[in-house]
Design a protein around this ligand. Structure first.
Ligand SMILES: [Zn+2]
Ligand SMILES: [Zn+2]
Length: 260
């Protein structure tokens, strides 16, 4: 199995060195581990969420320096906020050290909606509009064609605030577009550690993804070494139940298939 979403201490809200994460991946008998730490945000948004612009190169060379030292394939990626910010050099989209780019939406018009410090904002807004705004950004993100993988597809449910209307008309066009472009959507187990206690995306969305030929990857979103491969058994059951028989891997931004 593979884990394509793990962080490092550089983002200031995760612990452990890359070596610690790799050691845990070996214990969990993974055959690939992919780092996708938070690409730098501008200072006013950073709030201990991402690495600093000067650390981008440190991150890449740190991983380049150790990737061949372990009996496991080590992939180098980034988790990049969409829309893009000038603090992340777009050259990295064309850098042949990079295996994949995860696109994620953590902000709705400047509100860090998945940050525990700003949860109260959910009580001040129309929850259905929050979901619509979120999915509009995710649509644009997939449509940009910049990313190999879409991170935690329904992250807006993290704290358990649920839309009260059916959002299929917002979700289906994104899923169809991802299928057409072969943009993968990750199955992210970190939701199981959050108040929502559910994998991202929900089973209903995973079924829609399978019906529309959307490739998937698997990620724990580990922010500590012991979270590598977190609850992957549950994730496997879910994706197999939805019909998936393979997942996607990436090397230098080329997709390949891994049979489950
Ligand atoms: Zn994080
Ligand atoms: Zn994220």
């Amino acid at each position: 199995m593979i884990d394509y979403h793990v962080h490092t201490y550089l983002c200031d809200h995760a612990s452990g060195t890359p070596g610690d994460y790799i050691e845990k991946a070996l214990k969990a008998r993974l055959f690939e581990i992919g780092f996708s730490d938070h690409a730098p945000l501008p200072e006013h948004l950073r709030n201990d969420i991402t690495m600093e612009p000067e650390e981008t190169e440190i991150y890449c060379s740190m991983l380049e320096g150790i990737k061949d030292k372990y009996p496991i394939a080590v992939k180098i990626g980034f988790e990049v906020d969409y829309p893009l910010h000038p603090t992340f050099d777009t050259q990295y989209f064309h850098d042949n050290r990079i295996d994949y780019m995860i696109g994620s939406c953590h902000f709705i018009d400047g509100w860090a909606f998945d940050h525990p410090l700003f949860v109260d904002e959910y009580n001040k807004r129309d929850i259905n509009q929050v979901y619509r705004d979120y999915y509009n950004i995710v649509f644009d993100m997939v449509n940009s064609g910049l990313f190999d993988i879409i991170g935690h597809f329904d992250l807006v449910k993290k704290f358990g605030y649920r839309a009260t209307v059916d959002l299929t008309d917002h979700i289906l066009p994104i899923v169809k577009l991802a299928g057409k472009q072969a943009t993968a959507i990750e199955i992210n187990t970190s939701g199981l550690r959050k108040p929502v206690k559910e994998i991202y995306p929900s089973y209903d969305i995973i079924k829609l993804m399978f019906e529309n030929n959307v490739p998937i990857t698997l990620g724990s979103d580990a922010h500590a070494p012991e979270e590598v491969a977190y609850n992957f058994y549950d994730a496997l059951l879910l994706i197999k139940r939805a019909g998936y028989k393979k997942i996607a891997g990436y090397s230098k931004r080329k997709q390949y298939s891994i049979i489950l």
